[in-house]
Design a protein around this ligand. Structure first.
Ligand SMILES: [Zn+2]
Length: 118
C-alpha cells in the first residue's frame, strides 16, 4: 500500500468515528422524560436516561431503565397498566385508570403541548 492509501483509510475511520459518535449523541433518549400525573395533577418527571424505580404513592411502581419506562407493579384490579409494554417515544403513555395515573413520555423541546387528555 502507498502512503496515500493509509491516509485515506485513516480519514474514513475518522469520519466513521465522528458519525458513530454523533449517532450516540442524537437526541431521542437524551432529554426525554417520563411525566407522571395523578388525577391530572403532575406528580413528577423522571429522566429516561437515568435508571431508577419510581414509587407512585403506594399504588404503582414505575421502572425506568435503558431509556424506557415500564409499570412493573400496581395494586389496581385490572393490571392493564402493568401489561402495557415499556414506553420510550414521545407521545406514548401508560394509563392506570383505577388509580387515575398517567405516565407519558415527553421528549425534549417539541410537541410538549400535546399532553394526554382523558
Ligand atoms: Zn393499573
Amino acid at each position: 500500500m502507498k502512503k496515500n492509501d493509509w491516509i485515506l483509510i485513516a480519514a474514513v475511520l475518522v469520519v466513521a468515528g465522528i458519525f458513530f459518535g454523533m449517532h450516540l449523541l442524537t437526541p431521542g433518549v437524551k432529554g426525554g422524560v417520563a411525566e407522571v400525573t395523578i388525577d391530572g395533577v403532575l406528580y413528577g418527571t423522571y429522566a429516561l436516561d437515568e435508571n431508577q424505580t419510581v414509587t407512585i404513592r403506594d399504588t404503582n411502581r414505575l421502572e425506568i431503565g435503558e431509556g424506557k419506562a415500564k409499570m412493573v407493579w400496581a395494586d389496581c384490579p385490572d393490571q392493564i397498566c402493568v401489561n402495557q409494554k415499556a414506553i420510550s417515544k414521545e407521545g406514548e403513555s401508560i394509563i392506570c385508570l383505577p388509580n387515575k395515573i398517567v405516565v407519558s413520555i415527553v421528549g425534549g423541546d417539541k410537541k410538549t403541548m400535546d399532553a394526554v387528555t382523558y
